[in-house]
Ligand binder design. Structure first.
Ligand code: SAM
Length: 340
């Protein structure tokens, strides 16, 4: 499997998890039913390997006068399903992963990882790295850059798996059970922060903004933050754009939701201009493609047969020849913030 295994427009998979919740094809909606749940606010911390003591966070910093934090529903999903395993593989791979690994997918995965490497090494070649939302799949492809690796996630099951995955890595590391909306680290602690496919599982925009501010806070001036996020309006996938438009339209969104079961996993991708506004004067923002296809495309279109192969070749051509235009066309975007 290529490294984008756990990409998760949960809305698109049509897979049926074993908890009884169904991931349907049309769950792309705002998570309006998801309350801000302070109980997820880094209520406990855990440190491994380096056994560094970390403070127990009080449960979410205040953003705009309100408490904010990650979602209890997201945490439950990853604790009880996503990071549990079948045959040694996390269930997220079966739910959201690609069903085949052909040469085009492998090439595109390498290209995406190379862009992440290029961005992170803007800050140096040996890096004190923080990964936010590492879950059970800490990004091993970045360990060669790390003088020290720190992983944060609020899923106990994810952190437990991450500990096993990192055990033989030979890289100095530590893991913390915490909410990224309230990071248990001092200001300017890290050279670089990496957060892949995590931020859109925080349902409230205020809490996403808070997570972003926390990442900025713990990054050194001159340091880099790399976020892999979903493009809510991918031009090449009009069906996804339409679903999102319906989801965020007042009256229409709630009305559509009344006819569908609630999604098992909150999904709230913010627009790319929104991210730029949140960063403001604090840093410069660069956008580049991080994977064009949607999960549905990945899972259903084979690169080994006629039409599918031609579609994948088109995806490859767009992604490799114009990765900065592809940001607006495709499903996943790499946001690189260089902190001033
Ligand atoms: C789709 S997984 C991504 C895992 C990994 N980054 C990857 O790309 O394979 C999302 C992860 O983000 C974590 N997460 C979501 N919201 C969080 C929050 N507010 N604080 C900490 N972790 C969070 C979930 O527990 C889950 O492990």
């Amino acid at each position: 499997m290529t490294g984008s295994d756990t990409t998760d427009e949960e809305a698109e998979t049509g897979a049926t998890p074993t908890t009884g919740a169904t991931l349907t094809d049309d769950d792309d909606r705002t998570s309006e039913a998801e309350p801000d749940d302070q109980s997820t606010g880094a209520e406990s911390t855990e440190s491994t390997t380096s056994e560094k003591p970390v403070r127990s966070a009080p449960g979410g910093r205040r953003a705009g006068g309100a408490d904010a934090g990650g979602s209890e529903k997201t945490k439950r999903f990853y604790n009880e399903l996503g990071w549990t395993e079948t045959g040694g593989r996390p269930r997220t791979v079966d739910l959201f992963g690609t069903k085949e690994d052909g040469p085009i997918r492998v090439e595109l995965h390498h290209a995406a990882m190379q862009r992440i490497h290029d961005a992170i090494t803007l800050t140096g070649s040996t890096i004190d790295l923080l990964e936010c939302g590492c879950g059970g799949t800490p990004e091993l492809d970045l360990l060669d850059l790390c003088s020290h690796y720190t992983g944060v996630d609020f899923s106990e099951t994810g952190i437990r798996r991450a500990r096993r995955v990192l055990a033989g890595s030979g890289v100095d590391h530590e893991l913390h059970l915490a909410d990224v909306c309230d990071l248990p680290f001092p200001d300017a602690r890290f050279d670089a922060v990496y957060a892949a496919r995590m931020i859109y599982h925080i349902p409230e925009p205020e809490a996403q903004a808070q997570a972003l501010q926390e990442m900025l806070r713990v990054t050194k001036p001159g340091g880099v933050i790399v976020i892999i996020t979903a493009n809510p309006f991918p031009i090449l996938f009009p069906e996804r754009s339409l679903k999102r438009l319906i989801a965020i339209t007042p009256v229409l969104g709630p009305l559509a939701n009344r006819f569908r079961p609630p999604p098992p996993l909150p999904y709230q991708p913010m627009t790319l201009p929104w991210f730029k506004r949140q960063v403001g004067e604090q840093g410069s923002v660069d956008l580049i493609s991080s994977g064009l296809p949607s999960t549905a495309f990945n899972q259903r279109v084979s690169e080994f047969q006629g039409t599918g192969r031609r579609l994948w070749e088109a995806v490859r051509w767009i992604d490799l020849t114009m990765p900065r235009v592809a940001v607006w066309l495709g499903n996943y975007t790499q946001i690189t913030i260089t902190k001033h």
